[in-house]
Design a protein around this ligand. Structure first.
Ligand SMILES: [Zn+2]
Ligand SMILES: [Zn+2]
Length: 838
């Protein structure tokens, strides 16, 4: 028999293996089990068995097939339904099944082999060793077991490429290597105490205790333990830690009792999930709204009021669980901020009779593995709260999918294949499994609003609050930064205008909070040499390096390369320049990030009551807690931050939202820039206004910009969210942008710019020949033309909404195959696809 295995590698071909006689006995139940197979010259991978075939698949030679090494599961952990979902994602997003597998399962479930290097004991060098060889062997001999993984060796020797050295040393008999497959997942165990069977009989207890009469402390403890065992029905174990928790000194007594044969000690597996969820059952149930009727397959809850939306979600989830089904709640910020956390814990309370599982980046890999395996084996009603990868969990009785805050950009996986959009995969999955999909948003995306306008999606409006979208409750004032600079009313290098200062002062005098929004992290986005005019760029990307004062370093936001701030210009080596003010440092920090705004704010208002929130300050869970404690203490008068402030509870008593530079919110001008910016500012305004309900005075919004005539500001001032999106939709219809058309980007990468250029031109020709209904645009150098040393080109495809994606996907793959066949010199160009790019 033969099996096809999906390997966790980016390969488009299918791979088959032979089943050995012993494994053959298991027959059909193999589909969906994990199998360890060798691939390439010596590496081992864990893949998923996709199908079992009795006869040799066409075109394969029996003697070329390798056998399966090991099957890791007794029962399948991937259903055929799930494999079908993976295949759809791979087809639609034009990527390999292997890359879908890598997203679909926790890494630790798919262990790969790593090379372990062993030193040969009896090795004697015949010829003198090179310095590198000597260092290598020396490192190995320092290890107690004289062996180390190749990865660890690489780290300790500080060298990435050791394979040649390994080969040389193997040849002279100094070392040997072995491929070892080891999972990073460790089962959690605990020491437990049991009562030996002979002592379970209560009548013997007096005799047992009397043998301990000369050790009164042991006797007392034993008596206590016997009571505990009696409560638990004699056979259940007692965790040793629990017994010792009250008095650590009991450790020695327990050891003595074990020695005397009064107790048995054992190791036992425990689940990480049970420990985490014990606290839930004690919370009270709150009164829920009746669940709304869902007439269509997909429904949008257009939430004007967060509270009401949360109640609707809770009632839908409870209804689903009571039907005996599983509910999946996707939340981009399940882990992001206290407001999301509060909602999730309320929801947990509402479902207190059922299991709630968490599956996102804030839970450990081990917990994710246990959630996955438990869901693969059990089908009891439960709620899963997760991020986009939770869509791939084994939920065989899925009865409801909720995509909370569907407009969030985090739902799209951006940097690695599959570049899927969780909302769109959720809609596909819902239709496929006949389970309702609920999207929620305060500011729905243009795509979703378009589908509700044309009646494809159902719509539930939560009642509008009396605040009327907050428009009349928020006054907007625009400050022209260029004019302020021309008038010389702002000092050189300053970013907070006089007007903004006055406004913040007024808020301070009223005891209200101000928010200064600058949607750019770090201190300065550019460092420019005043002597030669060069910017400091990343050595492997075509971008300026950002300066982070809090880290004291320059860092590239594309490849992560970082370095200390140099004292002289890397291009002309100037350290100072002569100006009319005298000698000045040559390197100047240009532009404003949140750290620089914070610095300026601190000189204006003092450091104590200012808090900065951005991805740098929110880096650790500990810091996130500290920040929310600080806000809760009421001591923060001025909050400075990037858009990440959205998830933080800063809204109480907020009187002013000051946009320091509108341009940092509009970001790079693409057709979604306005939508994105409007969503952000609209949400901020809504949250602030609803937190002010009951206050007479309107909310203030100040916008500093160098382009005060930007029509965006007019819309923000006058339009309700719906009207804004409607105007955006008519504009996109006119220009032929989504949702009226579908876009796909083809990205080409190469270390050689002429190759990537040639591949771009050739691919465009091939695609134009193959595609009838899809427009193929010229290959272009994107805004950032080189990342991580590779030159980039981008081809845009645009197809009418009604035309199916299938023909286009087939043509894309065919064109790629033709390119590789006909122009072998271009085959080093990497090509990947971004379908429905954001
Ligand atoms: Zn870089
Ligand atoms: Zn210079």
């Amino acid at each position: 028999m033969y099996v096809e295995v999906i390997l966790p590698l980016d390969l488009r071909e299918r791979y088959h293996y032979r089943l050995s006689a012993s494994l053959r006995l298991r027959g059909r139940g193999l589909v969906g089990c994990r199998a360890v197979v060798s691939f390439g010259s010596k590496r081992f991978y864990t893949g998923i068995i996709r199908s079992v075939e009795a006869s040799l698949p066409l075109g394969l030679a029996e003697n070329k097939l390798k056998s399966i090494d090991e099957i890791l599961d007794e029962e399948p952990i991937v259903s055929e339904q799930m494999i079908e979902q993976w295949a759809w994602v791979a087809e639609y997003y034009c990527c390999s099944l292997g890359s879908v597998l890598r997203t679909a399962m926790p890494r630790a479930l798919l262990p790969e082999s790593s090379t372990v290097v062993y030193a040969c004991e009896d090795f004697e060098a015949q010829t003198p060793l090179s310095e590198q060889e000597y260092l290598f062997l020396d490192q190995l001999h320092q290890e107690p077991k004289r062996s180390l993984s190749l990865k660890a060796l690489q780290q300790r020797l500080g060298r990435a490429d050791l394979s040649r050295l390994c080969t040389l040393l193997t040849e002279i008999g100094a070392i040997y290597t072995e491929e070892v497959v080891r999972s990073s997942y460790k089962v959690r165990r605990q020491r437990v105490l049991r009562l030996p069977e002979e002592w379970m009989d209560e009548e013997k207890h007096d005799a047992l205790l009397s043998t301990l009469s000369r050790a009164p402390k042991q006797q007392a403890l034993m008596a206590e333990l016997l009571d505990l065992f009696a409560e638990r029905g004699w056979t259940s174990p007692l965790p040793r830690r629990e017994v010792q928790a009250s008095e650590p000194s009991r450790g020695a007594l327990i050891t003595a009792l074990i020695k005397r044969g009064c107790l048995i000690t054992e190791e036992e597996e425990i689940s990480r999930l049970d420990a985490a969820s014990t606290a839930l059952a004690i919370r009270p149930n709150e009164e829920l709204l009746p669940p709304p009727k869902l007439d269509k397959a997909v429904t949008l809850i257009y939430a004007h009021e967060v509270e009401y939306k949360e109640q609707l979600i809770a009632s839908l989830v409870v209804q689903c669980l009571e039907r005996g089904e599983q509910a999946l709640l996707l939340s981009p910020s399940a882990y992001g901020g206290p407001s999301a956390a509060r909602f999730i814990s309320r929801l947990e309370a509402a479902c207190s009779l059922h299991r709630v599982y968490h599956y996102h980046t804030m839970v450990s890999e081990e917990v994710r593995v246990e959630v996955y395996l438990r869901l693969a084996r059990e089908t009891e009603p439960s709620l899963v709260v997760g991020n986009r990868s939770a869509l791939f969990l084994p939920l065989s009785r899925l009865g409801l999918i909720i995509v909370d805050e569907e407009h969030e950009y985090l739902y799209k996986q951006q940097h690695v294949a599959p570049r899927f959009h969780a909302r769109d995969v959720a809609v596909w999955l819902g239709v496929r499994r006949a389970c309702p999909v609920v999207l929620t948003s305060e500011t729905p995306s243009a795509e979703v609003l378009f589908n509700t306008l044309r009646g494809k999606y159902g719509l539930i409006h939560t009642p509008r609050s009396s605040l009327d979208d907050g428009q009349s409750r928020c006054s907007i004032e625009v400050i022209d930064l260029s004019a302020e600079r021309d008038k010389r009313s702002m000092r050189y290098g300053q970013i907070i205008s006089r007007r903004m200062q006055c406004e913040v002062n007024e808020q301070l005098s009223k005891g209200q909070r101000s928010l200064l929004l600058q949607n750019r992290k770090g201190y300065a986005p550019h460092i420019v040499c005043a002597q030669c005019g060069e910017r400091i760029r990343c050595h492997s990307c075509d971008v300026s390096m950002h300066y982070y004062q809090s880290l004291g370093r320059l860092s590239c936001s594309y490849c992560g390369y970082s370095r200390v701030l140099p004292t002289s210009c890397p291009s002309c080596s100037a350290t100072t320049v002569e100006t009319s003010y005298g000698s000045q440092p040559a390197l100047r920090l240009v532009g404003y990030g949140s750290e620089r705004v914070e610095e300026e704010a601190c000189t204006l208002w003092g450091r104590e009551h200012i808090l900065r929130i951005d991805s740098v300050s929110l880096q650790s869970a500990k810091r996130i807690r500290e920040i929310s404690d600080q806000i809760a203490s009421g001591e923060v008068d001025i909050v400075i931050g990037t858009q990440l402030i959205k998830g933080q509870p800063i809204w109480d008593n907020l009187g002013l939202i000051a946009i320091v530079q509108l341009e940092t919110i509009l970001g790079f001008p693409d057709f979604r820039a306005d939508e994105r910016a409007f969503q952000l500012l609209y949400q901020l305004r809504m949250r602030a206004v609803s937190a002010r309900s009951g206050m007479d005075e309107p909310m203030r919004m100040l916008i500093q910009t160098t382009n005060p005539l930007n029509p965006f500001i007019e819309s923000l001032r006058h339009e309700a969210y719906d009207d804004f999106i409607k105007s955006i939709l008519s504009e996109r219809q006119l220009l032929g942008f989504p949702p009226f058309t579908r876009l796909t980007y083809i990205h080409l990468h190469s270390f050689d710019e002429t190759l990537v250029e040639a591949a771009g031109i050739t691919l465009v020709c091939l695609l134009r020949r193959l595609l009838e209904h899809t427009e193929v645009f010229e290959a272009q150098r994107p805004y950032v033309g080189r990342i991580d040393g590779q030159y980039l080109r981008r081809i845009m495809l645009r197809r009418p909404y009604q035309v199916s994606y299938r023909q286009e996907r087939e043509a894309m793959l065919e064109a790629e195959a033709m390119l590789r066949r006909q122009y072998p010199e271009l085959s080093r160009v990497r090509i990947d696809y971004d379908v429905d790019p954001l």
